[in-house]
Write a new protein. Structure first.
Length: 731
């Protein structure tokens, strides 16, 4: 292990995270190590200068603009390299020169934005509510951008807490309980008698003392944590990182989505004080805007994570690898960041998985329309068995839970609907005077998953609302139930004639909903609808799939939708492992870490995907757990006991899949084909045929074709101000 780790350390001296210039042996070259040179933030960047062989280091002058910054450089880890933290960059274009080489660097303010577009307004600062480890807060914001001072505090793990078994980190609450075991370090000059010791993954033993830094960037509140003993070590730098760091970095994300708009966030949603991972030597970083309960916008989350990682590297040095982990909202945030922003994340370890927040909302809208039909339009027309067959869920409780998730698309307060429905969800910090109401405040802020990302979807100029991608034109609800003779042709026709749709305020309308073409295009381009063809194509993905089906809306089919998108995009899902369902994450984490280390220390010139698949451990195979026994098998999408794992963990469906749609759930608007009675497994009478054609005058969905306006994901998509990879072109 130690020899592999030393090789990894050498690699970090020449690893260019995002690429800027290729190295050649006979000329000076410059590259950035902490971020792409086109997306530098905060006025500083870690730079490597490579010199021709036998060139004295002192013979090359390095400048940033008209400033001589040569003194900020020192010998790098690899021969003939210099490493320096260049500070004092102006906002906008800067030129770094070394000898005859030059590199353009574009710097953005630490407050952002970089590529997430105009700031969301209103935006409520919460620095005065954000609790630090010692119980104090960051204090009032320093400006309108919710900035706060940077605070570094130290905590330690007492010996008594070190003996406790770590809790499974599958949700935010256990992580917070783990964090509560730490105590503030009483002195920076001497350690308390009860401090625990820990041996990290490289074999080094250090006191279990954690440096936790808190500050603001991108208008969010960030934190990073790392083992560092201030009583015996100098202050960390990218040239001399703490000896308790194993050179591995974890991006952690919170959960949720409802209420995820217009606030800075008073909590991270998951603690970066992870006892188990810190004890192994990992460092962690997080931002309140990577907690979907504060900000349900994956583009903003990617920007905040990019800035957080950049700052971490400029403080501590380049990691061997960066993994992203999270549950529920943290899972889809991990997937979307890794896919839309290639190079930001090197591997994904997730559970309670969804492809994206959009998948929950759109499936919820389908289920909600069905519940409206079942309870309002035709309350006595179908049996419960028939309703369940049409919806695809395990039972009516599961369908209601799914339907209620459409509340994240509904801006109208106090709407009376199905049991448990809570529209217009708000963080209490947002004053009621700022909130949308169609009657009393029609120009107020709209609390929906679409409006949280309206920089991406676009804006309806008439009402200021975000354009919506939801579309159900041509969808034949209950098609599978019809073809299985679980419902009659008459019931099928009545359902599809009266199912209706919703408008921009989620009001029920008798006609089908028609999604906006621009919103759909940008959903694909930005990866707000997860593609699987971006960064996820060539990194390890480990999904510990949920067991729960009935209730809570964390359903198994979402995991299979992720896998299907990976397969569809790349021909297979060999770089993804799915387990159902490991009682504790410890074995999963160890296997995943071995996989990550093996591929990141592969020095060959092979494509990254080849390295990833070659490094994949033999034990990293799909399967399920029967208590402590692992059953390796290809997991199948079925609620029937067709295999050992489907017997233990049946997987149920969703309304759009039961309408003939793809398991990948990646068609926003279907292409259509003319109605043809030969396509059905039942016989329609001549009158029923005429009625069917009248219900679908434009045709029915042809799910054998890609969705309308489906376009490839744009790597590092921008809606401004960065001009790189803009997706805001005309329709």
């Amino acid at each position: 292990m130690k020899s592999t780790f030393l090789a990894a350390l050498l690699l970090t001296g020449t690893t260019c995270l995002f690429g800027s210039e290729s190295l050649t042996p006979n000329q000076v070259t410059i590259k950035t190590l902490s971020t792409d040179p086109a997306r530098v933030t905060g006025g500083d960047v870690l730079v490597e200068v490579a010199l021709p062989s036998n060139t004295p280091a002192g013979s090359v002058k390095i400048t940033a603009g008209d400033r001589d910054v040569t003194s900020q450089f020192r010998p790098g880890a690899m021969p003939n390299t210099l490493l320096g933290l260049v500070t004092g960059l102006a906002n906008g274009k800067n030129v770094i020169k070394a000898g005859s080489a030059s590199l353009d660097v574009t710097n953005y303010p630490i407050t952002g934005p970089v590529f997430s577009g105009p700031w969301q307004q209103p935006f409520i600062c919460q620095t005065n509510e954000f609790k630090l480890p010692d119980g104090t807060t960051l204090g009032p914001p320093l400006d309108a951008n919710c900035s706060a001072k940077t605070v570094v505090q130290y905590v330690y793990l007492p010996k008594s807490a070190a003996a406790d078994a770590p809790e499974p980190d599958v949700a935010a609450a256990p992580a917070r309980r783990e964090a509560s075991k730490f105590k503030p370090l009483p002195s920076l000059t001497s350690l308390p008698d009860d401090v625990a010791m820990t041996t990290i993954s490289t074999g080094v033993t250090v006191p279990f003392v954690v440096r936790i830094e808190t500050g603001t960037m991108d208008r969010g509140i960030y934190q990073n944590t790392i083992l560092h003993d201030p009583t015996a070590e100098p202050a960390p730098t990218p040239f001399a990182p703490p000896k308790g760091w194993n050179r591995r970095l974890i991006a952690v994300h919170g959960v949720g989505c409802p209420t995820g708009w217009y606030v800075q966030g008073a909590a991270e949603g998951v603690s970066p004080l992870d006892k188990a991972r810190l004890g192994e030597g990992y460092a962690l970083f997080v931002n309140t805007l990577d907690h979907p309960t504060n900000s349900c916008n994956a583009i903003v989350a990617g920007e905040a994570a990019m800035m957080g990682k950049e700052h971490f590297i400029e403080t501590f040095g380049v990691p061997l690898y960066t993994i992203s982990t999270g549950s529920s909202g943290g899972a889809y945030t991990s997937l979307q960041l890794a896919d839309a922003f290639p190079g930001l994340i090197d591997g994904v370890l997730i559970n309670l998985t969804f492809p994206d927040a959009l998948a929950i909302a759109l499936s919820g809208l389908d289920a909600h329309l069905l519940m409206h039909y079942f309870t309002v339009t035709n309350p006595d027309g179908l049996t419960e068995t028939q309703k369940v067959a049409i919806g695809g869920y395990e039972g009516m409780k599961a369908m209601i839970d799914a339907a209620n998730q459409s509340q994240r698309t509904d801006p109208v307060p106090n709407r009376q609907d199905i049991e448990g429905y809570l529209p217009a969800r708000w963080n209490p910090a947002v004053p009621e005077s700022l909130r949308y109401d169609p009657v009393s405040n029609p120009k107020g802020a709209r609390p929906t998953v679409f409006d949280a990302a309206k920089n991406v979807y676009g804006v309806n100029e008439q009402n200021g609302a975000a354009l919506r991608p939801y579309d159900n034109a041509g969808v034949q609800y209950g098609l599978n139930a019809l073809n299985s003779s679980l419902i009659t042709p008459a019931q099928f026709l009545d359902l599809n004639e009266k199912i209706g749709g919703v408008d921009a305020d989620d009001n029920y309308i008798a006609t089908r909903a028609v999604g906006d073409d621009l919103a759909m295009k940008r959903a694909y381009q930005s990866d707000l609808m997860l593609s699987g063809k971006g960064g996820l194509a060539s990194i390890p993905i480990f999904d510990n799939a949920t067991t729960r089906e009935a209730g809570g809306y964390h359903y198994g089919w979402f995991h299979f939708a992720v896998r299907e998108r990976i397969r569809e995009a790349n021909g297979d899902s060999a770089n993804m492992v799915m387990w159902r369902s490991l009682p504790t994450p410890l074995a999963e984490q160890a296997l995943f870490d071995n996989w990550m280390t093996a591929y990141k220390t592969d020095t060959s010139n092979d494509p990254q995907r080849v390295k990833v698949l070659r490094a994949k451990p033999a034990a990293a195979t799909d399967g399920c757990w029967d208590k402590a026994r692992f059953i390796p098998e290809d997991l199948v999408f079925s609620s029937k006991p067709v295999s050992d794992c489907s017997r233990l963990y049946p997987v149920y469906s969703s309304p759009r899949v039961e309408a003939g749609g793809p398991l990948a759930a990646n068609v926003l608007k279907c292409q259509v084909k003319p109605v043809n009675v030969a396509d059905y497994k039942v016989t329609f009478s001549s009158e029923e045929t005429a009625r069917l054609k009248a219900i679908f005058p434009g045709g029915v969905c042809d799910f054998s074709k890609p969705g309308v306006n489906r376009t490839p994901v744009v790597p590092w998509p921008s809606v401004g101000p960065s001009p790189q990879n803009l997706i805001t072109s005309a329709r």
